[in-house]
Each structure stands twice: as C-alpha cells, then as structure tokens.
Design a protein around this ligand. Structure first.
Ligand SMILES: Cc1cc2nc3c(=O)[nH]c(=O)nc-3n(C[C@H](O)[C@H](O)[C@H](O)COP(=O)(O)OP(=O)(O)OC[C@H]3O[C@@H](n4cnc5c(N)ncnc54)[C@H](O)[C@@H]3O)c2cc1C
Length: 428
C-alpha cells in the first residue's frame, strides 16, 4: 500500500505515485485485488484519480512539447502536494452526456458535459455535470478529465483539472437508495461495506491556473482516452478477480452452512477460479506488453486491455451465477427474512429454527453468508463489471481497429497455397 516517490524518494501512499515501470503497474493490480478481498467491492476513491495523474503526466509532456505550455510542471507541483498530504483523489471522466447520438456542442443543454465557460488570466470557470464518479464520498479531491476524444467544435469540453471536493459551486449528489426507515446497522441486512457513485454538478466553478492541466487542447483528448483506458482496463481485471475470490469464499461458506462440504462443488469452484484468473491474467498480460512513455509513466497494451474489458463485462456474471447456484435459494433476492424478523422476541426463535441447517454453522452464520451472496451477486456488490471503465461495445471497437485483418488473411492465403488475392466483394 506504500511505495517510494519517484519525485522525492520519500515513502508515500501507492495511490499518489507515478507508475513508471512494469512492476509499478502490476502493483496497482495487486493493490486492487487486495482491496476487493478486504471490502468485497470497488475502492473508487483510490483508483480513477491515481490513473488520471499518470495519464496526464504523459499527455502534459506531449502538449508542452507541441504548444510550449508548462502543464507538466503544474501537475508535478500538485502531485508533490498530493504525496505530501496523502490525498485520496476520485477521478471524473464520465459526463452525464445527454443525447448519446449528439456531440457535446450539439446538445440542447450544454451542461450535459463539463466544459470551459470562461478563461481568465488567473484560471478557468467550468460548468456542467459528471455522473457515476466512484468513491467521491471518501475523497479529498477530484481529478477531472474529458469524457471522450473531441474535435475542434468541442474544444470547450477539452478540460483537465483537479478540484477540492468542497470547492465553491460544486454540488455532490451521492447515488444511494433511500433506506426503508428501519434500523439496519446492527443486523445482517446490509453488508457494512460498498461503494457509492456520485453525480457532480459544477455551476460556474473557478479553478486557478495551477490546477489546470488542459485548456481547449482538443487534439490531445483522444490521447487521454487512449492511455487512460489502456491502463484502467488492464487493472480492472484484478478488481473483478478480487471480488470473485470473495464469491468463492462466500460460496464455500454457504455450502458448509447448508451442511455440505465445499468439495461437493469443486467443479463449479474451479470454474469460478478460472474466471478470476482469466481477467487478472489478461490484465497482467496487457501491462507486460505495454511500454514506458517517453515522459516516464507506463502505458499498457491497448488491444490486450480492451480484450480484457470484454472479459470483465462477461466472466464475473458467470461467477455470480455459480455462486448463487451453490448457495441455494436462501441466497437469492427476497428469500431470507429480515434481521428484524430473525430477532423478533415473539417469533424470532421459530425463524432461526427454519434457517439453521449445517451442524458446523449457526442460523445467524447461514443468514449472514446468504446476505453476502445476495449482495455480491445482485446488489451493490456488482462493481461496474459491465460499464465501469467504459462499455464493452466501445472496447470491441478498439479490438476491431487493432486487429490487422488483411495481415491475417495473408497468413491464411499463404498457408492454404492460394495464389490469387481475394478481395472483399464490391458493394452492390
Ligand atoms: C460502478 C461504476 C463505477 C463507475 N465509476 C466511474 C468513475 O469513478 N469515474 C468515471 O468517470 N466514470 C465512472 N463510471 C462511469 C462509466 O465510465 C460509464 O458508465 C461508462 O463509460 C458507460 O457510459 P454510460 O453509463 O453513460 O453508458 P452509455 O454511454 O449510455 O452506454 C449504454 C449503451 O449504449 C451504447 N452506446 C452509447 N453511445 C452510443 C452511440 N453513440 N452509438 C452506439 N452505441 C452507443 C454503449 O456501448 C452501451 O452499450 C462508473 C460506472 C459504474 C457502473
């Protein structure tokens, strides 16, 4: 969880560090798998912001070379202060977007995407909204990046900066379900962990120059997305693997609490483990095939990372299915009485008699394990497998673009001994 700063040599939190070697980025994946094992879910406050700092380290270098700006020096000063204070920094790329078929500048409501409203001598004024930003509740600051690659018409949306969470003009709305009014803290109805996603609404927020790292350089927004997704989609394989490890544990607990040895389900447990190691391993592969950018921070291999994102949006759902399969109906939604019923002075002992099963586990242990399975497989424990870090269809576009079809056709043609060139049929 700690490392030596590449800038000062001092010991710092890993999540404020520059990841400059393969070992550094693999440690990011190990960090995430460990955090998931400890919490069962996403520790967003130390994830996207960490990647954002590293991506910007490379992109500010590229921008400074082309435009003569001093963005990287500003970023360096901010990173030094983040390392010194041990800041937790959430990362915000995803805009609320509005109509998905329209570009930001075409939206009827320009505030659908965060944009620069005004450039002043001493800073910029930003407006607009970001959505589903993980870990804001636990963060000190928020790193803002553009949500997509933009052209000139969308230059006002090309903005990267970092703001304190309590900055004037920012409204933070945590995406939480309302409670039904009952006291849940001491029972088993709510697992005492979990992530929250926040909506961030910026209404003319002033950001001083020293915190601004991109201001309308739209040409480099594509680079930000390219480097960000390469690292993020490599590392997310470790997140879902860590949650999958907890699912294996929960499934084994359920089997035992039901009165069966975990061995009864060893085939299913092996399948769960293979899913975990697949997303973890493809992610590590993407890192290993990556490279150090001339500015210093590591960039994972895009093709492999986007392939991993598609696995991440698929395999954990199969792991969840197996976890429910092993757990039995009690672990599915709506099949376990509440803690209130379980402890009712009037009939609680009857409920407990119904829930008690395996001789090595109490009724409460079985109920707690069942709630955990329900939470991991259906509830808040589903940590953005599908859309976290971007949609699988977006990842498939990259896989398609980076798969050299014609080169592969040539391999096949040569091996098959086909002398003629076989072209695509012309459009009718
Ligand atoms: C648990 C969780 C945590 C998250 N944490 C963060 C975070 O910390 N920071 C952050 O910045 N974001 C975060 N996100 C947001 C995440 O990056 C987005 O959900 C993701 O990029 C997809 O965007 P969307 O939700 O707006 O889906 P949409 O863009 O609405 O996509 C829905 C579907 O429509 C398709 N689609 C969209 N537009 C088009 C189009 N023009 N043409 C064809 N198909 C299209 C997509 O491929 C997808 O299948 C998080 C999301 C989740 C679920």
């Amino acid at each position: 969880m700690t490392t030596r700063s590449k800038l000062t040599g001092r010991e710092i939190h890993s999540f404020n560090s520059l990841m400059m070697s393969l070992e550094d980025i693999i440690n990011n994946a190990k960090f995430k798998r460990t955090m998931y094992r400890l919490t069962g879910t996403c520790t967003g406050g130390v994830c996207v912001g960490w990647n954002a700092q590293n991506v910007l380290w490379n992109v500010t270098h590229e921008m400074d070379r082309e435009y003569g700006t001093t963005y990287q020096e500003r970023l360096k000063q901010w990173i030094l202060s983040a390392q010194e204070k041990g800041l937790v920094v959430a990362g915000a790329l995803t805009d609320t977007k509005g109509d998905r078929s329209l570009k930001p500048s075409q939206q009827p409501d320009q505030d659908s995407n965060v944009h620069i409203k005004e450039v002043r001598e001493d800073g910029i004024v930003i407006r607009g909204a970001k959505a589903m930003i993980a870990g804001v509740a636990a963060s000190n600051e928020i790193f803002i990046l553009p949500g997509a690659g933009y052209g000139e018409a969308d230059r006002d949306f090309a903005v990267a900066c970092v703001v304190p969470r309590d900055i004037q003009g920012l409204t933070v709305v945590e995406a939480r379900r309302p409670s039904d009014g009952r006291e849940l803290e001491d029972g088993f109805d709510m697992v005492e962990t979990g992530t929250t996603q926040a909506y961030l609404i910026f209404e003319d927020v002033f950001v001083p120059n020293e915190r601004v790292f991109m201001c309308r350089e739209y040409k480099y927004t594509g680079k930000i997305i390219e480097y960000f997704t390469a690292n993020y989609r490599a590392c997310i394989g470790a997140c879902v693997a860590g949650q999958g490890d907890v699912m294996i544990g929960a499934a084994a607990l359920m089997a035992r609490a039901n009165g069966l040895p975990a061995k009864t389900f060893s085939g299913k447990i092996v399948d769960m483990a293979i899913n975990n190691e697949t997303t973890y391993g493809v992610g590590i592969g993407a890192m290993a095939l990556g490279r150090q950018h001339p500015a210093g921070a590591w960039v994972s291999d895009s093709l492999m990372a986007h392939t991993n994102k598609v696995h991440v949006a698929t395999l954990p759902y199969e792991t969840k299915r197996l976890c429910q399969d092993i757990g039995g109906g009690i672990a599915e939604t709506g099949c376990l009485p509440s803690y209130q019923d379980f402890t009712s002075p009037e009939y609680g002992y009857l409920v407990q008699k119904c829930i008690k099963a395996g001789r090595n586990a109490s009724a409460e242990t079985r109920a707690r394990a069942a709630r955990l399975v329900e939470w991991l497989t259906l509830g808040a424990g589903v940590p953005g497998c599908m859309h976290g870090g971007g949609s699988p269809d977006g990842a498939k576009l990259v896989v398609r673009a980076r798969t050299p079809l014609e080169e592969y056709v040539e391999y096949a043609r040569t091996i098959a001994g086909i002398p003629e060139t076989v072209l695509e049929p012309e459009k009718k």
